[in-house]
Write a protein that binds this ligand. Structure first.
Ligand SMILES: [Zn+2]
Length: 470
């Protein structure tokens, strides 16, 4: 019995704090992912060793070969969704789709676009190919940018693939591929699916970075190859530049929030290591990653990406078809983002022929600011809402956080039925989290509303700053 239990124990990455008390305190706050178990770690390790090379080669395939793989995948995805997912049966049936109706991408582009709002108007069980497994599925509840919670269900295969796509990206940023004993350092509220793969490819996660966090000392202790972070933390990381270089970090990767190429170039020069950005989401997983030549290359084996309704400058809506999620297919899904594609694309200097994005629209204007004008990461605020308001409650219909002064935030909620009985406790917890993100006490005012007030912007926002900087 004891030997059985021992074999199931997973490597405790978060204990590698180098006896630094402040690191230890922060590390303990990291949320342990339910996916992080011995069985799935093992499956991922096994898949990585067998498919690492072919995944790398896929990105250098000819355009035709890549499109052929995608078309075949998209065809079977649509038919399988039409046959097994009640939502698509109804949605596609209503526009006259019949099985086998796709033989080209132009056929595919005739299918109607789905949005979070459309999907959310259907019951969760009608959006998956097997409602019986919904209780056991991996679930991501995202507040996203629309303000209405949205559940994405994934199976084991998706979780494994999502991690493999990340590892491929990590390797593309390094001079030599990750070795089994290498560390990845995450300064991010959201950890990876796995803290290690049976003790290999280990990750250490700090869910936040504070001005007094002894990051430099800890980097020298762990000596990670990569540092993965939110762009908002780059100014604090810069204060630990000397230790970062000495510890052997080869690249800094950013995700979750938008940052401009100008900022990344600035920090890359200032830190003395390249900074690469990743565009991914809870709904789709990996969408696109930056190469050393600054281009965002689409992960064509994970997503079929379209940019529609382009404006004169070339900005259009990002429409994604997820190629890895069989359980809850997202087909021609409007991601709510705006991006600009590269026209007349040739082979990138890095050798990639994947679709390339030039720019991914930022939503920075909405970000909260402290009285000192410091930006409070929107992703961290959304994570606090996810953890406190959404994790235990499925009756929250929609919400919006509005910053109305340097120390006042209004929370508007629209509950389906009665508001949660624990609301006072939840509000207190949220206030504490927000205050810790701001670095001083903020007032949180709560209003239960029948409908969220309309916004002037092109899409609904869950984080709005109405207070203007002096
Ligand atoms: Zn490239």
């Amino acid at each position: 019995m004891s030997s059985f239990q021992k074999s199931e124990t997973i490597y405790a990455s978060q204990l590698e704090t180098g006896n630094l008390t402040l690191i230890n305190e922060l590390a303990k706050q990291a949320f342990k992912r339910p996916t992080d178990n011995h069985r799935l770690q093992g499956e991922t390790l096994q898949r990585w060793s067998t498919s690492m090379e072919s995944m790398k080669e896929f990105l250098c395939k000819s355009k035709e070969a890549m499109k052929k793989v995608q078309l075949s995948r998209v065809k079977s995805l649509v038919d399988s969704a039409y046959n097994n997912v009640p939502f698509y049966r109804e949605f596609y049936g209503a526009c006259g789709y019949v099985e086998g109706g796709i033989s080209s991408f132009s056929d595919f582009e005739q299918l109607p676009i789905v949005s979070k709002a459309i999907l959310n108007s259907f019951d969760d069980s009608t959006r998956v190919n097997n409602p019986d497994v919904i209780e056991r599925a991996h679930i991501a509840r995202t507040s996203g940018s629309s303000g209405k919670p949205f559940s994405v269900y994934r199976d084991d295969n998706y979780i494994v693939l999502e991690h493999l796509h990340l590892m491929r990206f990590y390797n593309s940023c390094l001079q030599t591929p990750l070795r089994e004993h290498d560390w990845i350092y995450m300064i991010h509220h959201a950890g990876l699916a796995f803290s290690s793969l049976h003790g290999k490819y280990r990750t250490f996660q700090l869910p936040d970075l504070l001005p007094d966090t002894p990051l430099g000392e800890h980097l020298l202790f762990l000596r990670p190859k990569l540092l993965v972070t939110l762009p908002s933390y780059l100014p604090i990381i810069l204060r630990h530049k000397a230790e970062l270089i000495m510890s052997g970090v080869e690249a800094v990767l950013t995700n979750s929030e938008s940052s401009t190429q100008l900022e990344r170039t600035y920090y890359s020069k200032a830190l003395g290591v390249p900074v690469f950005d990743e565009y991914s989401s809870e709904e789709i997983g990996m969408i696109a990653t930056q190469c050393p030549h600054g281009q965002y290359h689409v992960a064509e084996d994970n997503v079929f990406l379209e940019i529609v309704n382009e404006d004169e400058q070339g900005f259009g809506n990002v429409i994604c078809t997820g190629l890895s999620n069989e359980l809850m297919p997202l087909i021609r899904y409007d991601h709510g983002d705006v991006a600009k594609g590269v026209r007349d694309q040739k082979c990138c200097e890095c050798g990639s022929l994947c679709t390339s994005l030039k720019e991914i629209n930022g939503r920075r204007d909405d970000a909260f600011r402290t009285y000192e004008h410091k930006l409070v990461p929107s992703a961290s605020i959304l994570a606090a809402v996810d953890d406190i308001l959404l994790a235990t409650d499925r009756t929250l219909g929609a919400f919006r956080l509005v910053q109305t002064s340097s120390d006042t935030i209004e929370l508007l909620t629209k509950y389906i039925g009665e508001p949660n009985k624990n609301m006072p406790t939840m509000l207190e917890q949220l206030k504490i989290r927000l205050s810790s993100l701001f670095g001083y006490t903020v007032n949180l005012l709560h209003f239960e509303v029948d409908t969220l007030p309309e916004q002037n912007s092109y899409k609904r926002r869950s984080i709005v700053r109405e207070w203007e900087l002096d």
